[in-house]
Design a protein around this ligand. Structure first.
Ligand code: TYD
Length: 143
């Protein structure tokens, strides 16, 4: 297990839910609930993701917070020894924090899934590690 994967954790955002009226409100304050300064967010949505596996990469600099603002999805992390963990994003107030150098795969998207991703970096394709063998090599060399 590497030092980055030890910091992976689920977050629960402050929320106001009135079940019988089906009203919900979630509040996310930068640097309070999110453990980094947000520079960018994007979302993955569309029924085309049903049955697809997204992600399959690690990042050298980007940290992420992932949350399903609608629908559901799962996130699998894999470390350099092949150990996996699965996290379920089932509510708009539940999120997953991933530091840099964590291999991630997003899957099991429901048709209505809107997976929002907050990050500390602008998009830079060169900081992506897209080959799992290379990821293992980098992590093993670091230890
Ligand atoms: P990629 O990160 O590979 O997909 P996934 O959502 O499965 O992790 O991104 C898909 C494509 O979109 C790829 O060509 C890079 C591009 N892209 C951007 O241009 N900007 C972005 O912020 C992101 C996340 C992706």
């Amino acid at each position: 297990m590497n030092k980055y994967i030890k910091d992976v954790k689920m977050l629960k955002f402050p929320s106001y839910i009135v079940d019988d009226l089906s009203i919900g409100h979630v509040e996310i304050e930068g640097l309070k609930e999110i453990p980094f300064e947000i520079k960018r967010f994007f979302y993955i949505f569309g029924s085309g993701n049903v049955g697809m596996v997204r992600g399959k990469h690690a990042n050298r600099r980007s940290k992420f917070v992932l949350l399903n603002i609608a629908g559901r999805s799962k996130v699998k992390t894999i470390d350099e020894d092949g150990n996996t963990e699965i996290y379920e994003l089932n509510h708009p107030y539940d999120a997953l924090y991933l530091p840099e150098y964590v291999w991630k795969e997003m899957y099991d998207f429901t048709e209505d899934s809107v997976l929002m991703v907050l990050t500390n970096e602008y998009y830079d394709s060169t900081e992506y590690i897209r080959d799992f063998e290379e990821y293992v090599k980098i992590l093993k060399e670091e230890q």
